[in-house]
Design a protein around this ligand. Structure first.
Ligand code: NAD
Ligand code: WQD
Length: 344
């Protein structure tokens, strides 16, 4: 058997794609997920793609005793990838304590248990949200952390600090903080993808649900920004590319390839794409029209942000490879698959 990796939140969107890539790379995967934003059927999807069923524990990472039992049940866990978190920005403004408890306590439990069980490294899911609106674009890892615009964003900043402080206090493991830009798309097999509950808040699920007729029209939030076409700019990164970066990061920690105990990497393409460009790209890639209208700005939106991915490219040895058109086509295949299966 390969080295054992605990993947918290592994039934979720990015976690499930990462479980696939870990198994493809020969790792043994143990998933812990409380299914608060996912479905156990995702484990079947991972199994169909890889031919290997990952171990699955239906458990909340905030349950410290339960997590202790997981480390006992699966002896020899060498690495942790910690995806488990609540991630809806708007909800975090309404329910800040839920976000602080879920996102901070689960990380603290994991870090304590890693020490107790001699785990070698943790990959933590951070976000470009820590940069706010950067002063310099493309933004690199040395850019200042701006005051968070939401409790969710604040949890990512605090979690980064918790990891750093723990390592600096002498904890005997390594950490890699990965700052994702905007992950989109689905596995090329359409066996796994993003499963938003209720009305999607994010652009791509809203767009694909509009294209398939579940939603009437996509609202483009603002065309009066200081950008070439007036709509906001983001760095949209293919979810499989993103998943592969976690495997590279895990290899790096387990093989002690770095002198630094904590490292941080931007995971993006280095290319900024506007909302209107993205709609065009989707229509070109799929041949399907997206009814849309321009509406006012969404409160709290960043005008433009895209990554300088040089550190990830040169130091980590990872580069985003998929084209935007292929990525959008994968998101569309996934939406069609959900329809075929009668899920939505
Ligand atoms: P997701 O909601 O699809 O996946 C998170 C998974 O964690 C879900 O399956 C959920 O059920 C589970 N979970 C939540 N709290 C848990 C807990 N206490 N115990 C056990 N399981 C728990 O989200 P995602 O998009 O896959 O995001 C994964 C991580 O990446 C999160 O930490 C998120 O904040 C971060 N991130 C996501 C994005 C994005 O745009 N998707 C961008 C930057 C960072
Ligand atoms: C993308 C663009 C919208 C919906 C959020 C979180 C961030 C990160 C990723 C985790 C923006 C526009 C959207 C719609 C639109 N998550 N839009 N119509 O805002 O970049 O980031 O998810 O860390 O923390 O804030 O992503 O997909 O919501 O929006 O015009 O119906 O699409 O204005 O420019 P965002 P998004």
């Amino acid at each position: 058997m390969g080295k054992k990796i605990l993947v918290t939140g592994g039934a979720g969107y990015i976690g499930s794609h990462t479980a696939v890539e870990l198994q493809n790379a020969g790792y043994e995967v143990v998933i812990v997920d409380n299914l608060s934003n996912s479905n156990e059927a995702v484990i079947d999807g991972i199994t169909r793609i890889t031919g290997i069923r990952p171990a699955f524990e239906h458990l909340d990472c905030n349950d410290r005793e339960g997590m202790h039992k997981v480390f006992e049940k699966y002896p020899g866990i060498e690495g942790v990838i910690h995806f488990a978190a609540s991630k809806a920005v708007g909800e975090s403004v309404q329910k800040p304590l839920l976000y602080y408890r879920n996102n901070l306590v689960s990380l603290m439990n994991i870090l304590e248990l890693m020490q107790e069980f001699g785990v070698k490294g943790i990959v933590f899911s951070s976000s470009c949200t820590v940069y706010g609106q950067p002063d310099v674009l493309p933004v690199d890892e040395s850019a200042p952390i701006k005051p968070a615009l939401s409790p969710y964003g604040n949890t990512k900043q605090i979690c980064e600090e918790i990891v750093r402080d723990t390592i600096h206090s002498g904890a005997a493991y390594r950490a890699i903080l990965l700052r994702y830009f905007n992950p989109i798309g689905a596995h090329p097999t359409a066996e796994i993808g993003e499963l938003p509950l209720g009305v999607p808040q994010n652009l791509i699920p809203y767009l694909t649900q509009t294209a398939i007729g579940i939603r009437k029209e996509l609202s483009v939030f603002g065309n009066d920004y200081n950008t070439p076409d007036g709509s906001c700019i983001r760095d949209y990164i293919n979810v499989v590319d993103l998943a592969k970066a976690h495997v590279v990061a895990m290899n790096r920690m387990l093989n002690a390839l770095s002198d630094e105990a904590v490292e941080v990497f931007n995971l993006g393409t280095g290319r900024g794409v506007s909302v209107l460009e993205l709609i065009n790209s989707f229509e070109r890639a799929t041949g399907v029209a997206v009814p849309h209208k321009i509406v006012g700005r969404r409160k709290g939106d960043i005008e433009q942000v895209w990554a300088n991915p040089d550190r990830a490219n040169n130091v980590l040895g990872w580069t985003a490879e998929e084209s935007l058109d292929d990525t959008l086509a994968s998101a569309w295949r996934w939406q069609e698959k959900l329809r075929e299966r009668g899920i939505m």
